[in-house]
Design a protein around this ligand. Structure first.
Ligand SMILES: [Zn+2]
Length: 334
């Protein structure tokens, strides 16, 4: 039977969480993706542990998402690590110090392992590596750098590039620079996913649904080969990217299945629950149904109640949430 999930954030009240858990169960969800950001890691450890325990106690899966942790994953959160570890940050091609950690820095790796230790100790059964990326300028709502800026020009990376390729780092994305940038994330994730696996956690990953040629792309096959990975997927948000639901989901599910089937990974699929225009809520049912038809075994929606706890809510959040619940129920009973 397929697994069905929803992301959870923007609430710290226990009584509210208990009501939300009932709501989530009533919408046929079998796992909850907790957004375990640096904020929770520092200020809300007890609360996080309680929320994780309550999640397991109602019999559903407990996933932990490093929400925007150190600027290396998807999510709307600032990093506490960045201003405290300036020497561990990415440097952009513009010379600016990016608000994101460099994956090659020892401080970054130590902080990520601290996050893994806590997520697992608090009771997460699955760690969810969400949209790992080097700094992407046009994702930054505060418009920190020009869209064509890219990382990483920190002293560690410059020295590493020089010794590997026998030349200084170029100021544009050459073939060597593309490999170098990809290796930064692949090496980092290999170490972290392996570390989490050895501690007994499952690992799930979502990569951006972009072409291999895109600057923010990571090689799907290289990531999928990482030891300790269990679940692999993508998030083809057709409303956000102004794509046709059927075409986009079909294309990205084909890519997902081509990666998962030979490796025995569980195929995973996210649909967008935020920013859905009025009158198009039914497309969620079509998208989820098509994803399952094409082989997805784990499907999830970003944001309960149409993401109305955050900017970017759907126009009719309750209609969206109803469609999600009915669709999850229908697909789980098949
Ligand atoms: Zn660097």
């Amino acid at each position: 039977m397929i697994e069905t999930g929803v992301s959870y954030f923007a609430n710290g009240w226990l009584h509210h969480f208990e009501r939300d858990l009932e709501d989530i169960l009533a919408h046929h969800c079998t796992y909850l993706v907790h957004c375990f950001s640096e904020n929770e890691l520092i200020f809300a450890r007890k609360r996080t542990e309680t929320f994780f325990r309550k999640t397991r106690d109602v019999g559903i899966g407990c996933w932990a998402n490093p929400w925007a942790v150190m600027g290396l994953f998807g999510g709307e959160q600032f990093s506490a690590f960045v201003p405290r570890n300036p020497d561990a940050c990415q440097i952009l091609s513009t010379g600016q110090r990016a608000p994101a950690a460099c994956p090659s820095a020892d401080e970054t790796k130590a902080a990520m392992k601290l996050w893994i230790d806590m997520a697992i100790d608090f009771g997460a059964d699955t760690l969810f590596w969400d949209e790992p990326h080097l700094y992407i300028p046009d994702w930054d709502d505060l418009h920190f750098a020009s869209d064509d800026a890219f990382a990483c020009f920190c002293p560690r990376c410059r020295a590493s590039f020089q010794s590997r390729f026998g030349q200084p780092m170029p100021d544009k994305i050459t073939a060597e620079m593309k490999i170098f940038r990809e290796d930064l994330m692949v090496d980092f994730l290999t170490e972290m996913i392996g570390y989490a696996k050895d501690k007994g956690a499952r690992n799930a990953i979502t990569l951006l649904p972009v072409d291999d040629e895109a600057n923010e792309s990571l090689s799907w096959s290289r990531i999928a080969d990482i030891r300790g990975l269990d679940i692999f997927g993508t998030d083809p948000y057709w409303f956000l990217h102004d794509k046709n639901c059927k075409e986009y989901v079909s294309l990205q599910m084909k890519r997902t299945m081509d990666i998962c089937e030979p490796r025995g990974l569980t195929p995973h699929f996210w649909a967008q629950g935020f920013g859905i225009p009025s009158g198009r809520e039914h497309e969620l049912e079509a998208g989820f149904s098509l994803a399952v038809e094409r082989g997805a075994k784990s499907i999830a929606v970003w944001g309960m109640h149409g993401n109305s706890a955050w900017d970017g809510a759907s126009e009719n959040p309750e209609v969206v949430w109803n469609v999600v619940g009915k669709t999850f129920g229908k697909l789980r009973s098949q």
